[in-house]
Design a protein around this ligand. Structure first.
Ligand code: C5P
Length: 232
């Protein structure tokens, strides 16, 4: 797996998603399927996109008791996605159970990455609502270390955190970073953004890009620009 741009297919239906992907004609971008589309259309949607030849990051962010997560992961492993994820807050035991559930009888499995603290959670909310009074960046690194210890392959984090995660967990520990915007575009509701080129400089392995591509007048050109700035 090399550096790549993952398009967040945050669409509400199968029709919208396939119409979007059809615009790419022969090209097969790496796509992210999230909760909205998965809950609306089910696993058949994942199989269909897979059959069209796309690589898939299935972003369902599991978080439950270890046995339940293990069983859910053993269902997801048969969808043959490339990357899936869970919340590191579910503990090391939950993450270890997830790895077990995701591993196929032949020993292969999709990459498994952890959400540390959501980028929508700030220091104040973490202290007030979660009663975690350590600095947010330390919490993120601690969760990343837990994920590494449990045998996971990386974390979802802000591009600003990717460099430190690599320092602490190793260069081969994947950092998958949303919150990416072109230098000449609006940030939308993202608070802390980086351009594809900055994300590349800071060492992100994959960037997750939604609206700058999905809402672009020419999504294929936007995707190509993103890849030029991030990958080439
Ligand atoms: O449209 P935009 O580029 O902001 O989309 C970013 C994608 O990454 C969305 O699917 C969003 O849910 C996801 N994401 C995020 N921040 C996180 C985790 C996931 O923006 N911390």
């Amino acid at each position: 797996m090399g550096k790549d741009v993952i398009i967040a297919c945050d669409f509400a239906s199968r029709e919208q998603t396939l119409a979007f992907l059809d615009r790419f004609e022969g090209e097969k971008p790496f796509v992210k399927i999230g909760m909205e589309l998965f809950y609306a259309e089910g696993p058949g949607m994942v199989r269909e996109i897979r059959k069209r030849g796309h690589r898939i990051f299935l972003d369902l962010k599991l978080h439950d008791i270890p046995n339940t997560v293990k069983k859910a992961m053993s269902v997801l492993r048969d969808l043959d996605v490339d990357i899936t994820n869970l919340h590191a807050a579910g503990t090391i035991a939950m993450m270890e159970a997830a790895v077990e559930g995701l591993t196929r009888p032949d020993g292969t499995r999709p990459l498994l990455i952890a959400v540390t603290q959501l980028t929508s959670t700030d220091q104040a909310a973490m202290e007030r609502d979660l009663w975690i009074d350590r600095p947010l960046d330390q919490v993120v690194l601690h969760y990343a270390k837990n994920a590494r210890q449990a045998g996971l392959d990386g974390v979802v984090c802000s591009p600003l955190e990717a460099g430190r995660v690599h320092e602490v967990c190793g260069a081969d520990f994947l950092t998958v970073t949303p919150g990416v915007r072109f230098a000449d575009a609006a940030a939308d509701d993202q608070k802390r953004v980086m351009t594809p080129a900055e994300a590349r400089r800071i060492g992100s392995d994959y960037i997750v890009v939604g609206r700058p591509i999905t809402q672009a007048e020419d999504p294929v050109a936007a995707w190509e620009r993103c890849r030029r700035e991030f990958v080439d």
